[in-house]
Design a binder for this molecule. Structure first.
Ligand SMILES: NC(=O)c1ccc[n+]([C@@H]2O[C@H](COP(=O)([O-])OP(=O)(O)OC[C@H]3O[C@@H](n4cnc5c(N)ncnc54)[C@H](OP(=O)(O)O)[C@@H]3O)[C@@H](O)[C@H]2O)c1
Length: 282
């Protein structure tokens, strides 16, 4: 239970992004507390209410994030990504708390030729995206003081992500195929966490897109990594349709980040800068 109302409550605070949010809060000397599985289950009404009741600031990084499994475990994904967010919103409205909820580019179908702005109409093409969009809608419909920050192509030290997968494969395979028709912005969780802490100070309302600066294909990211680490691997470009998967993937994950920019304490870095830093740390 959180005992101080000025404390930042980080739900899902042991996940890939939540860990970095907690680290950034610590760096900035902010008062915070982390809640996550197995001790804390956001779908457990009693646990959720007792954690958020006295809080004024709640950052929700908790989510069911397995995109492939969400196609079959849709009910569980919906409970975590949507129902629980609705309950979070209802109780935040009662207590007057501000909720910063993390969402995803997967709310879009990726069919647009342009970078997605906050005003663009979502149209998810897989179960994970539909549950995340349902969560966004429940949050907004419940009229609590809320902000949604959508992130994309995130990577960090903790958990599974595209960057780590490329590195793992490159260690065991001489030849690697990587898709060149998915375009986005690889975004370090350390950078997303800084943006989250900036938003915590300003407590805005509404949807904001955050991603690193610049757009690139997954193939080009793999090539960047291979070059920087001098990996002994031959990369071949292929298409998303060459990899059969349960969940459809949006091809265009480009974000227009102009709305969030004035709220940030520093410029958004080009994707290459934090990625190079990350590779050095690995
Ligand atoms: N990764 C990406 O590329 C990406 C892209 C766009 C948006 N996002 C969004 O970013 C946010 C953070 O995700 P992430 O990348 O940090 O993924 P993550 O590492 O899977 O973090 C999610 C955290 O939520 C926890 N969680 C799952 N079910 C829960 C429950 N019932 N109660 C409490 N906690 C629960 C997970 O615990 P377990 O690990 O024990 O399951 C994990 O610690 C999510 O909203 C996600 O949708 C991620």
């Amino acid at each position: 239970m959180s005992d101080s109302p000025d404390k930042v409550i980080i739900l899902g605070g042991k996940g890939m992004l939540g860990t970095e949010v907690a680290a950034e809060c610590k760096r900035r000397g902010m008062n915070f507390e982390v809640f996550d599985l197995p001790e804390f289950d956001i779908t457990n009404t009693h646990q959720l209410l007792s954690v958020i009741h006295p809080a004024h600031t709640i950052v929700n990084c908790a989510a069911y994030t397995n995109v492939e499994k969400a196609e079959t475990e849709t009910e569980l994904a919906f409970r975590v990504n949507a129902e629980a967010v609705g309950l979070l919103a209802t109780s935040a409205k009662k207590s007057g708390a501000w909720v910063l909820h993390i969402s995803t580019d997967f709310v879009f179908d990726g069919a647009s030729g342009k970078p997605y702005a906050e005003k663009d109409i979502p149209h998810p093409i897989n179960a994970y995206g539909r549950t995340k969009l349902a969560g966004e809608r429940l949050l907004v419909e419940n009229h609590c003081h809320n902000c949604i920050m959508r992130v994309e192509w995130t990577y960090g030290m903790k958990g599974d992500n595209f960057i780590k997968k490329i590195l793992q494969k490159a260690r065991t395979q001489k030849d690697m195929k990587v898709v060149d028709d998915q375009i986005g912005s690889p975004t370090a969780t350390t950078e997303a966490a800084k943006a989250i802490c900036d938003l915590i100070h300003k407590k805005p309302t509404g949807i904001y897109h955050f991603a690193s600066q610049g757009y690139v294909s997954r193939f080009d990211v793999a090539q960047f990594i291979a070059e920087k680490l001098a990996l002994d691997v031959r990369l071949t470009a292929c298409k998303t349709s060459d990899f059969p998967s349960a969940a459809a993937r949006p091809l265009n994950s480009k974000f227009d980040c102009s709305k969030i920019r004035p709220l940030l304490s520093g410029p958004i870095k080009p994707w290459q800068v934090p990625l190079e830093e990350f590779l050095k740390q690995l």
